[in-house]
Design a protein. Sequence first.
Length: 405
Amino acid sequence: MHPCDRPRLVLVAAVASNGCIGRQNDLPWHLPEDLQHFKSVTRGGTVLLGRKTYESIVQRLGRPLPGRYHLVLSRNTRWQPQPDHAQHVQTVQSIEQAIHLANERLADTLFVIGGAELYTATQDIADSAELTEVELLPEGDAFFPGWSPKGWENARLPNCKAGDWQLSKASGLRYRFLRYSKPKVNIKLGAAVLLAGDAKRFGGQPKGLLENQSGSILRQTVKALLSVGVDHVCLVHGGHAGALVPAVDGLEVEHLENPEPRKGQARSQQLGLIQLGDALDGYLICLGDQPLLDKEGLRRLICAFRKREPVVDMVYPESHDGKPGNPVIVTPELRHWFASQSQPVLGKDWRQSNPAKAAAFPTARPGFFVDIDSEDDLNAFNAGQKQEDRLAMPLGYTFQRSAAR
Ligand SMILES: NC(=O)c1ccc[n+]([C@@H]2O[C@H](COP(=O)([O-])OP(=O)(O)OC[C@H]3O[C@@H](n4cnc5c(N)ncnc54)[C@H](OP(=O)(O)O)[C@@H]3O)[C@@H](O)[C@H]2O)c1
């Protein structure tokens, strides 16, 4: 598994001032405000927890946590939840297996909710932590790793935002919410979105205008690019700008017309890359008609680009059966090469001729590979999305032609 192709790991814990988190497989305090906070952080998500914590939850509530999917870690291969809880619970034997299953469920985040053994095992790879500090010095037998009374200032997750101390009405305890995250080195990115296809198989309506209740594919793609921190988005049109420009109304993008769209996509790509300029650290080449491309997929691809080997000039998604996907990200050096060719070259052709300089980002996320090319594709896609066993897409994730044709 590629280290970038995984959900964000977030530790969620309530920790007393002396680091204590538990006593006799239960919480040493009752703090309703923290339980509410825990619920709002993890609601609807996938949680990873140790077998002992799982059993303590079931003992307290009589069932698993409502509205969350549980991955319960145990070394005992025969351990199983009660049959009537099994729908919301899966046993895992390792953290890698938990990450793999969370990926299959398309989870963006995996919440590690304890106990002490689980926090210790995941602390090094965690991306952030949502902690509630409880002002109390209880006796206990389970402790948060690396905790000091001053907080986590010297620990491995150095960036901390601390909320104000608050007083619990129900228990009289003082508590505060802390958020730790790993510092990020920002890189400056641009994206050329290629929209000059002739849309013949859709009766002249660009595929990026197919829409669901979240908006058109194009608008969702541009929003995803902006939300992962792409600094400069350039849409390259080829005759459909009149219909496409309104679809991104209010979003910070630049529009560019390819005057000769019939000469092929390579020229649109070249024009887009030239327009983005040479001052960025990476350049995405996007299609603008991929119905499932989302922020989470882009976040992982950008992570793979950041972690590329020095010889690599292009990072592209690749399915586990070897199918290349989109978008791809190229370095400033390769952008310069594409921009300066008298005969424009497609990214795909460069990749095939330069395998040593193109790195695959192996992933199963459908957003990189699913394409709707024809009316038949659209019907098949919509039928698949309606199936009960579909992946964790929001309900009703089907697309129609835009009403404003
Ligand atoms: N304050 C909080 O926010 C908070 C949150 C959660 C829990 N807690 C408290 O924490 C205490 C429980 O913590 P704990 O450390 O004793 O237990 P735990 O982490 O909940 O569970 C430990 C169990 O998880 C399994 N496990 C752990 N690491 C594993 C690995 N690498 N591979 C496979 N299985 C693994 C093992 O199960 P098997 O024995 O089945 O092999 C192990 O016995 C309780 O007091 C609970 O109330 C507090």
